[in-house]
Unconditional design. Structure first.
Length: 255
């Protein structure tokens, strides 16, 4: 294993780094992820994605933890092997109960709620620092060319689901529709063991079967209502209140 860089760049020393990739199997070779392991890794997990006509595994997603790697180091000693149980054991990162998703990476605990979807309902770091408070006013917005602003925090999600889960990596999908306009959104969250950050992908969904026309907008935002002040992040921020927004779509755009 080796990290590639642009010419002239040097690498970084890393600890508790997650490696994720897809892996194919010959038909008839493996019947279940429960037989797999990653030799040389302290933590790992496998997720089934496809099967052959005979029912055997065709593709899996593999995630494992590299305890440490030096800058520009060529790391060896990892291999997918049999004789495992599908994951290294331990507590899975994500759980879903009562319409609330809880992700505990060990470095932070984040919660996502179905009712009044506000992107993150709370985020608390392992040291006890609260980054996002419960009941905040964050959300995903869409402003029409007539100046009407639609916000996800006044509606409920139609889907909140764990797609991938284990002791190393958890993927969560949240989907919903804005009130008063036939336009939806999808947020994909990726949480990783021992990490105090989350990767998110936000898309707007103009896929209504009853009204497939395009939608005009004067702007769209993802708003994270944090406890931070004096630190600017994203393309727009109110540093005094800790509200940060990412402006993803320019004015007078159709979707």
């Amino acid at each position: 294993m080796f990290e590639t860089y642009p010419k002239g760049q040097t690498g970084l020393a890393r600890t508790s780094e997650i490696v994720s990739f897809g892996f194919p199997f010959q038909e008839g070779l493996v019947s279940s992820v429960d037989a797999l392991r990653v030799s040389g890794a302290s933590q790992y997990q496998f997720t089934e994605t496809a099967r052959w006509p005979d029912g055997s595994l065709k593709w899996v997603l593999a995630d494992f933890l590299v305890d440490s790697i030096s800058a520009n180091e060529y790391k060896t000693g990892y291999a997918i092997a049999d004789g495992g149980s599908g994951n290294s054991g331990g507590t899975t990162i994500c759980s879903l109960s009562g319409g609330v998703l809880t992700a505990n990476t060990g470095a932070m605990i984040a919660r996502i709620r179905t009712n009044g979807f506000n992107v993150f309902d709370s985020v608390v770091l392992s040291g006890g620092t609260t980054m996002v408070q419960t009941g905040n006013t964050g959300g995903i917005t869409w402003e029409t060319n007539a100046g009407v602003i639609h916000n996800s925090n006044v509606t409920n999600l139609s889907r909140l689901e764990i797609e991938r889960n284990g002791p190393v990596h958890c993927t969560v999908v949240a989907e919903g529709w804005f009130s008063g306009i036939e336009l939806g959104y999808r947020v994909i969250y990726d949480f990783y063991a021992n990490k105090d950050f989350v990767n998110t992908t936000v898309t707007y969904r103009n896929s209504s079967p009853t009204n497939p026309s395009y939608k005009m907008t004067d702007g769209a935002q993802v708003i994270i209502d944090t406890t931070l002040t004096g630190v600017c992040s994203g393309s727009a921020a109110d540093e005094s209140s800790g509200v940060y927004s990412i402006n993803g779509i320019p004015s007078n755009t159709s979707l």
